[in-house]
Ligand binder design. Sequence first.
Ligand SMILES: Cc1cc2nc3c(=O)[nH]c(=O)nc-3n(C[C@H](O)[C@H](O)[C@H](O)COP(=O)(O)OP(=O)(O)OC[C@H]3O[C@@H](n4cnc5c(N)ncnc54)[C@H](O)[C@@H]3O)c2cc1C
Length: 417
Amino acid sequence: MRYSALKILAEGLTGNRGWKPAWRDPAPKAEYDAVIVGGGGHGLSTAYYLAKNHGLTNVAVLEKGYLGGGNVGRNTTIVRANYFLPGNQEFYSHSLKLWEGLEADLNYNVMHSQRGLINLFHSDGQRDAFVRRGNAMINQGDDAILLDREDVRQHLPYLDFDNTRFPIYGGLLHPRGGTARHDAVAWGYARAADRRGVDLIQNCEVTGFDIRNGKVMGVRTTRGDIRARKVGIVVAGRSSQVAAMAGMRLPIESHILQAFVTEGLKPVIHHVVSFGMGHFYISQSDKGGLVFGGDLDFYASYAARGNLPMKEHVMEAAMTLMPMIGKAKVLRSWGGIMDMSPDGSPFIDRTPVEGLFINCGWNYGGFKAVPASGWCMAHLMATGQPHEAAARFRLDRFLTGRGIMDEEGTGAQHNLH
Ligand SMILES: Cc1cc2nc3c(=O)[nH]c(=O)nc-3n(C[C@H](O)[C@H](O)[C@H](O)COP(=O)(O)OP(=O)(O)OC[C@H]3O[C@@H](n4cnc5c(N)ncnc54)[C@H](O)[C@@H]3O)c2cc1C
């Protein structure tokens, strides 16, 4: 069924009785050409592009819980392409272009909103770093505008400019940055993959791999064994645990990142805003809630909930930057398990086991990567060759020291994630 305005009108006039489930609920088959472990954003987009770009439709996505129940439905929804280093730049640029055509491609409203993202700076040194970043973004073909203090005041009049501990010097505006509705992205990819024949199998946990003579032959699951000559591990925060089932030790640590939402307010924050002197960033959802977050909880954990000291830290940073937020009531908070790599960059690569591929290391920024990640992972699984936009995301970069990248351009910081 194709969604359209006409269809909504017709259903509205006839009691909404014609809608069908967005995807099927098939039983697992004994064998597939390719199996994707993990039904988050990256697993679903991989399956979709395997079918769409490479004609591979005998594919299953195996999800241990329900689709969208992982971090794809727990993040703060920021979509941007403002990376500084080669390797990351071209990848996130590719991803943003895919976002811009995503709703038409999936025939699904993912509520992609390019409302602009402003990174604030608070010193001359930070301004220099942002000028370099902005130039790198423009050279890559993306957009960046340097704002001075008065420009920022016009865009964000609710910030504290006058009595603040860290005066605002200006900001880097990324006009094409913004947000999207996170779980709609999972549902949109799920529905589009299903329509192309992919089996989406929920409540199906992968518990082991069938590996013979260095080749993957299939997976063991809580719903029986499934044969497949190509298997992709796409499980984000659980990457180390699932890779260990195949005898691999990954350069990944799992840490908790928290998010917070206030009661619904009238429109007040029209951009995504990121504080440059503390761990705090914010946007406003279409329902009116202020959605904000900060940094990691700073210890390795698989508990999908956060600690109180980090909550306090984020609230303090929020009050420092925009005291008006103190009047809003926080309704809820939650945590998600981040797959942190030592240099802040991901992996989309083959593994030492033939036919077994891995996609992980998304740190706290994997939501915006969903389209390009699936695109490049599908390319790798279908052709055996890395896609050019993900050419640097190799697993061996910590063995060889070649091609190490980092998100903040400050050099890899061991154990600081
Ligand atoms: C609080 C928070 C804020 C964030 N904010 C942003 C942001 O603003 N912008 C941004 O770009 N990114 C953000 N992120 C990061 C982003 O959400 C993640 O990097 C991304 O969602 C991870 O990829 P995924 O969607 O595939 O993961 P997930 O949705 O977690 O998918 C992995 C799936 O694998 C399944 N799985 C695990 N083990 C098995 C198994 N053995 N068998 C079968 N299935 C298995 C899990 O159940 C899960 O559904 C944020 C994350 C959090 C937690």
